[in-house]
Design a binder for this molecule. Structure first.
Ligand code: COA
Length: 252
C-alpha cells in the first residue's frame, strides 16, 4: 500500500478526535487488504488509547469509498491467498469499537462503504451521496452484520431493496431509512462531521461509553452474524458466477 491510502490524523486541538480517511481517489477509494490492516491497527489503538474519544471516517471529495477492491476479490476467489481476508478483521473491529464512530460521506458509498455506517453512531452525508450495495449482482451476500442490522434499522423492505435488490439510496432515502443522521451540502460535510465528533468527545467518556453500549446491543450477536455471513461470503467469492462478475468489472 502506498502509505497515504489511509490517512490517520489525530486532532491537534486536544479534543480526542481521531480521523481515518480513505485516500485513494484514483480508484474511488476502493479498499485493499493493506488499507484494511491499517484501519484495524488504528481502531485497536483507538480502543486502548485514553486520549482518543471519538473515531471519524471520511473519504475524499465526491467519494467516500467504492468498497472492497475488486482485484483483491478476484485474487481471493482464485484461492491465491491463504490468510483470512483483512476485510473480515476490519468488520469485526467495527463491531468491537469501544469509542463512538462518526462518519462523513460525500458522494459514492458502495458495498462496505455503505454497510460500515450501520456501525457508526452518527453519519453526515452530502446531498449528492449515493449508498449502494451490489452484493447479489456480484454473486455475493451481505456482510458486516448488515443482514442483522439493516432490517432492524430500516425494516425488511428497505433493507431488502438496499442489500439484496441492490437499489441505490440517495442521501434523502438514507436519511428516511435511518441509515444516516443528517444531510448537508458537500462543502459542509467535513466541518459538520468534525463538529459532531468534537461535541461527543467533550462529553464524560465513561457515561458516553455506557450509554453507547446500551443502545448498540449485543456485540456477540453481531460477531456471530458476521461469522455466518462470512462463511457464505467466502464460498461465494470462489464461485464461478462471482468470478465472472469480478472479471467483467476488471475488463471494462
Ligand atoms: N475496486 C477496484 N478498483 C475500483 C473499484 C473497486 N471496487 N471501484 C472503482 N475502481 C477503479 C476503476 O477500476 C477505475 O480505475 P482505472 O481508472 O484504473 O480504470 C477507477 O477506480 C475509477 O472508476 P470508474 O469506474 O471509472 O468511475 P465511475 O465514476 O465511472 O464509477 C463506480 C464509479 C464506483 C460506480 C464504479 O467504479 C463501480 O461500480 N465500482 C465497483 C464498486 C463495487 O462493486 N464494489 C464492491 C462492492 S461489494
Amino acid at each position: 500500500m502506498q502509505d497515504n491510502h489511509i490517512v490517520v490524523e489525530k486532532s491537534e486541538d486536544g479534543s480526542g478526535v481521531l480521523v481515518i480517511r480513505f485516500n485513494r481517489p484514483e480508484k474511488k477509494n476502493a479498499i485493499t487488504q493493506a488499507m484494511y490492516r491499517r484501519i484495524v491497527k488504528t481502531l485497536n489503538f483507538a480502543n486502548e488509547d485514553e486520549g482518543v474519544r471519538v473515531v471519524v471516517f471520511l473519504g475524499t471529495e465526491g467519494c467516500f469509498s467504492a468498497g472492497n477492491d475488486m482485484a483483491d476479490f478476484l485474487t481471493y476467489g482464485m484461492g491465491q491467498v491463504t490468510e483470512p481476508p483483512a476485510g473480515f478483521e476490519f468488520i469485526k473491529a467495527l463491531a468491537e469499537a469501544k469509542k463512538p464512530l462518526v462518519s462523513g460521506v460525500d458522494g459514492l458509498a458502495i458495498g462496505i462503504g455503505t454497510t460500515l455506517h450501520l456501525h457508526c453512531d452518527m453519519t453526515v452525508a452530502s446531498s449528492r451521496s449515493l449508498f449502494k450495495t451490489p452484493f447479489v449482482d456480484l454473486a455475493l451476500v451481505p456482510e458486516a452484520a448488515s443482514s442483522l442490522l439493516a432490517p432492524r434499522v430500516m425494516g425488511h423492505q428497505r433493507a431488502f431493496a438496499l442489500l439484496v435488490a441492490g437499489e441505490g439510496f440517495s442521501a434523502k432515502q438514507a436519511l428516511e431509512a435511518g441509515l444516516i443522521w443528517k444531510v448537508t451540502e458537500p462543502e459542509n460535510v467535513e466541518s459538520e462531521t468534525l463538529e459532531i465528533a468534537r461535541k461527543l468527545a467533550a462529553k464524560p467518556p465513561q457515561a458516553l461509553r455506557i450509554a453507547r453500549d446500551l443502545l448498540r446491543g449485543s456485540e456477540q450477536e453481531k460477531l456471530q452474524r458476521m461469522d455466518e455471513e462470512f462463511a457464505h461470503f467466502s464460498s461465494r467469492l470462489k464461485s464461478a458466477e462471482a468470478r465472472a462478475a469480478f472479471e467483467a468489472f476488471m475488463r471494462r
